[in-house]
Design a protein around this ligand. Sequence first.
Ligand code: UD1
Ligand code: CA
Length: 469
Amino acid sequence: MQVSVVILAAGQGKRMNSSLPKVLQPLAGRPLLQHVINAARSANPVSIYAVYGHGGAQVQAALAHEDIEWVLQADQLGTGHAVMQAMCVIPDDHVVLVLYGDVPLISSSTLARLTAAAADALALLSVELDDSTGYGRLLRDAKGEVAAIVEHKDATAAQLKIREVNSGLMAAPAGFLRKWLLGLDRNNAQREYLLTDVVASAAKAGIKVVAVAAASAAEVAGVNDKIQLSAAESEYRRQRAEELMTAGATLADPLRVDIRGKTSVGRDVFIDINALFIGDVHLGSGVKVGPHCVIANSTIGEGTEIFANCVIDHATVAQGCRIGPFARLRPGTVMHRDVHIGNFVEVKNTEIGAGSKANHLTYLGDSQVGKGVNVGAGSITCNYDGANKWPTFIDDGAFIGSGSMLVAPVRIGAGATVGAGSTITASTAEGKLVLERSRQITIDAWARPKKLDDEQKAEVIAAAIKSPI
Ligand code: UD1
Ligand code: CA
């Protein structure tokens, strides 16, 4: 079966009260339409047509990376009219799968059931709702077959009581669908060409209409305003958290883990509250993630422990490392096994060899750090001269005393010791102690200042600022 997908995305989304078009509103950090395209791909379609209207240029730019066909619906004359815009390029022998740009959580398994049911029938995705306000109702004939859909605005009091409703998503053979769409009129409360009217056409033509039940109300929930957007976000969060728990992770609170992308876990991973994972993240077996951490596009090795409040982006961390609390690993950080990166340490574009430590208040940027290195508190690589970035090499077993400035480009030889407080501007020999520090002096004649009144202070200030040196 050859499938063509048509995604309806021309609506403006007035209820969002936003200058961002509705289908670009972010769900888990990505546009709603992106989620729908991802779902559409699961049906292995020959082509995906996105029917756009409002905010067209903006929508196309945001999804420029996607290989899809854009179809303009200049005037929004209804869902039937929208599908019709794409029909002229879809061959008769395809099955057309209609998705909505604002129904982002549709599952691939449901789409597979829907398309399979449409081989020789019109297949509607239906759902039973306790409150069916606003939805089209499924009307069944005496034999229980679906005979038509009546929109909420066109429904009688008795029809309004029907709880079996149309999700809006449907699939049908293209040849039939084209014929039915050409027969649509605007004789309804909304004065629109309603896609749902093809149901009555199919029934009249003796073509079977199949209602495929959605797996849950959540997967067909439309997103029309910020409240529904947050509901979709909660649902997405719940699903991702369940995937992690199914894979064996322990979550301190599944309501306080956000996964915006693909996170995979080994066995016995523990994730504390308020963790945010972005993009592709892998946590190896036994990894512990402390509270309030953000981890993006990174791989964390087995048994590594990340303490509270760390921000990790595009980093590769081997097994047995300890990170944080309050550490920041920026893009290009590579940590070999058993490395310790402590509080208020920032690492960028730096590879750190096995067993090395930078435990407090340090910046390592554009550096190559060997094995067994100790970087003392408050030491930094001065990698930027105001115009260029330069590398620092700290070889195996070096010891960098606290408060040292390593002015790049510079190499600290293997086993060398840098005395605390040194500003190192030239590469150092292996195994030696280097110091850059003025001698300590004692001033016998000095006395502590006394408290002055405002007049006395004014005199001191005037004298001080009169004569720059
Ligand atoms: C539609 C269905 C209704 C169903 C409901 C589920 C019809 C006539 N009715 O109603 O049976 O219960 O969805 O949510 O289909 N769109 C366009 N171009 C248009 C009009 C709409 O692209 O000219 C897009 C919208 O952007 C939206 C989708 O189609 O993504 C649905 O349109 P909307 O107006 O929200 O349909 P409903 O009246 O909610
Ligand atoms: Ca709607």
